[in-house]
Design a protein around this ligand. Structure first.
Ligand SMILES: [Mn+2]
Length: 302
């Protein structure tokens, strides 16, 4: 694990003192790059609805998520490289894999490319379908202990944006099944009902919360929704717990701030999940158990 070791660049004087702009043309180039690369990419679950009513565009452009992620990084005090990486953090995973990573490296340099790669869950879409959801997410949580400080900012901002989107979707769709349908868009739902795209990776009896599926696959719609909502809350709580440990040790102000903002988002998510019957306490206990079992590497206290 790398500790925060400020370089002269990290401690750069403010724009006023140096006469340098706070953001350069590289940020504008990254914005244009993200808009072009994600031109046809909509946010999950908005592919067919018109969120703004008559006259609004079909679906929510994915760039909305990238702008929010980058804005959170800047607002917390992240630097331009972190903010650029935030704009590009899904471009390798969602829009082109390794050739895309090479392109990002050519245009934006090693620092940005390395952050983007550290944010990429899987570079092979086939792997993503073949891997069990819990294995993939646990690897992602463990990864929080190893990555660079700028990457932590992007990871935190990404989770804040996603958790807020789930909360807003559940609340605005509360008139339909209490908003429960939102959780049918996630992988644990399709795994539990046995409708996974490509290779099926049904929940295993050793996975946490397996009992919520009724102990069998396919689960009923209600069981699968409860399972999916519980898994979602578990994931966000786990990422928050891992970020909290890095933030506590580092005293890196932008990370402390984003970890706090993520905590609020997770509390809101727990509240809407609680309305859907998710036992929040059970999720918290599981996160603690994971840490004890070494699913999340405990960070040594210096
Ligand atoms: Mn993202």
């Amino acid at each position: 694990m790398t500790e925060f070791d400020p370089t002269p660049n990290d401690l750069a004087l403010t724009g006023e003192a140096t006469g340098l702009p706070l953001l350069t043309v590289a940020y504008a180039v990254a914005l244009e790059y993200a808009v072009t690369a994600h031109a046809h990419h909509r946010r999950k679950g908005t592919e067919t609805r018109r969120p703004g009513g008559p006259g609004a565009a079909d679906g929510v452009p994915y760039v909305a998520h990238l702008l929010e992620t980058s804005a959170l990084v800047l607002d917390a005090g992240g630097d331009e490289e972190a903010a650029i990486a935030a704009l590009l953090h899904d471009v390798v995973e969602d829009q082109g894999g390794l050739p895309r990573a090479a392109d990002v490296r050519d245009i934006f340099g090693d620092l940005v490319a390395d952050i983007v790669l550290e944010c990429s869950d899987s570079l092979d879409p086939d792997d993503k379908l073949a891997d069990h959801w819990f294995d993939r997410k646990r690897a992602h949580v463990r990864h929080v202990d190893d990555v660079d400080f700028r990457t932590l900012l992007v990871l935190a901002a990404d989770k804040i944006s996603n958790a807020r989107a789930i909360v807003a979707d559940v609340r605005t769709q509360a008139h339909v099944e209490g908003g429960a349908g939102v959780f049918t868009h996630f992988r644990p739902y399709s795994d539990a009902v046995g409708e996974g795209k490509g290779r099926a990776t049904p929940p295993r009896s050793t996975d946490p919360f397996f009992k919520l599926t009724g102990g069998s696959v396919p689960a009923s719609r209600e069981q699968a929704i409860a399972y999916s909502a519980t898994c979602a809350l578990w994931y966000y709580e786990s990422v928050h717990a891992a970020l909290q440990r890095r933030a506590d040790l580092s005293r890196y102000a932008p990370l402390i701030r984003l970890t706090q903002v993520l905590e609020f988002a997770v509390i809101e998510l727990a509240a809407v999940a609680g309305f859907l019957g998710v036992k929040v306490q059970r999720v918290t206990k599981q996160v603690e158990r994971d840490a004890k079992n070494g699913w999340i590497d405990p960070v040594p206290v210096a």
